[in-house]
Design a binder for this molecule. Structure first.
Ligand code: DNO
Length: 391
């Protein structure tokens, strides 16, 4: 696999020089300054590409070219938005950047409730607490009918939390769920926005009446419309699974399971319609057998995210070490090294450690934690390559 690293552009405190020193070969990035839904011009793409190449690296993957909400809920502007998306894809193709990751999650991208859950060794990880998430839904967002989505035991814990939670904790929960994890990956809510909960409620309304079937049809429509440009320029589109891989906040999520992925690959059966195999997202779902899925979908996997989760009693999940957890990364490295030896791979998230916490990195995207994980994965790759040579 090609060793890549998610880099947030020239403002990232982790520099391309640093990446070269730790053995990174390819960069995963985006034109983060272009607002969601606007065209990525060839000039802007080439500018960033030349910068990356001047460090002896290549721009391997776009993560992400965001799909705007109107495409997902099929608003009146959908066709124009798809046309702009196709123009951006063609411009990327002209520049030779041919692996493009995106997601199809309505309103909210990845979800965590705690950005610094301590481990006994003093490092911290990202965490998803079911009670706190339900609390956000029922008590803060106050979504109509939210109670119907949770069982009695969980609702009892929500009431219990309501009696003890402080205002500061409530604010932190909002900041974590809708601002800090979203601002840098998704244009819907940005840091500094006034009333993020209000913005969020308005976004949710757009999906009233849109169930999984409708969202699937909207995804099929989008993919069918952009496949010709992918064929023309040799672009591999690769959808990122929903994180976490289950229904949230009354919104449909349609990239959550083996069945969902099989559906979307068959619905538009073109090799350019592929998958970002994010082991971390998939392993947060108790229903997913991640190793089995890797074996089944390797041929249509164009990008790999290596990370692992542990599901705890009660259903919370924590981002585990890259050596442990439900992701079984050793086995995934075996599968992908054998089936897709050139596929770009990045370690996804890492612990916050050794001073990372003071440097204001985007949640999950620490330097030391990811570097440690990359070292662990490189070790696995070396062993697996040796195994393959000896066969
Ligand atoms: C979070 C990321 C996601 C991912 C997008 C891809 O850390 O894995 O935000 O980049 O969903 O479109």
């Amino acid at each position: 696999m090609e060793k890549t690293w998610r880099w947030f552009g020239k403002k990232d405190r982790i520099t391309l020089d640093m990446l070269r020193q730790i053995g990174v070969e390819g960069v995963v990035t985006a034109l983060h300054e272009v607002p969601n839904g606007e065209v990525w011009t060839e000039e802007a793409i080439r500018g960033l590409q030349r910068h990356i190449e001047s460090f002896g690296l290549r721009w391997s993957v776009v993560e992400s070219l965001p799909v705007c909400e109107a495409i997902k809920y099929a608003g009146a502007e959908r066709d124009r938005a798809i046309e702009r998306y196709a123009v951006s894809l063609a411009n990327l193709g002209r520049c030779g950047v041919r692996t493009v990751c995106y997601n199809f999650m309505p309103v909210i991208d990845w979800i965590r409730t705690d950005l610094a859950r301590p481990w006994p060794d003093g490092t911290t990880s990202l965490y998803f607490d079911r009670v706190r998430f339900a609390y956000f839904d029922v008590k803060i967002l106050a979504r109509e009918g939210a109670e119907r989505d949770y069982d009695a035991e969980l609702l009892r814990k929500v009431e219990e939390l309501d009696r003890t939670i402080t205002d500061v904790e409530r604010e932190r929960l909002v900041d974590t769920i809708v601002v800090r994890t979203q601002g840098f990956v998704n244009g819907n809510i940005r840091e500094g926005d006034f009333d993020p909960v209000g913005i969020f409620r308005r976004l949710l309304q757009r999906y009233a009446g849109i169930d999984r079937e409708r969202l699937r049809e909207n995804m099929r429509y989008f993919l069918s419309a952009v496949m010709p440009v992918c064929d023309e320029w040799g672009i591999d589109l690769c959808v990122h699974p929903d994180d976490p891989p289950f229904q949230v906040l009354g919104l449909p999520r349609i990239v959550t399971s083996e069945e969902d992925i099989a559906w979307l690959l068959e619905a538009v059966d073109n090799p350019h319609n592929g998958l970002t195999f994010c082991a971390g997202s998939l392993s947060a779902g108790a229903h997913n057998d991640v190793v089995k899925m890797a074996g089944r979908f390797a041929a249509r996997t164009h990008f790999v995210h290596l990370r692992s989760c542990d599901i705890l009693p009660g259903g919370d999940f924590i981002e585990a070490s890259h050596l442990e957890g439900r992701g079984h990364l050793v086995e995934l490295v075996r599968i992908f090294e054998r089936e897709r030896p050139r596929v770009p791979m990045r370690v996804d998230h890492g612990r916050t450690m050794l001073g990372d916490e003071r440097l204001g990195y985007n949640p999950g995207y620490s330097f030391h934690g990811r570097m440690l994980a990359l070292g662990q994965i490189e070790g696995m790759m070396a062993v697996v390559k040796d195994e393959l040579r000896k066969r």
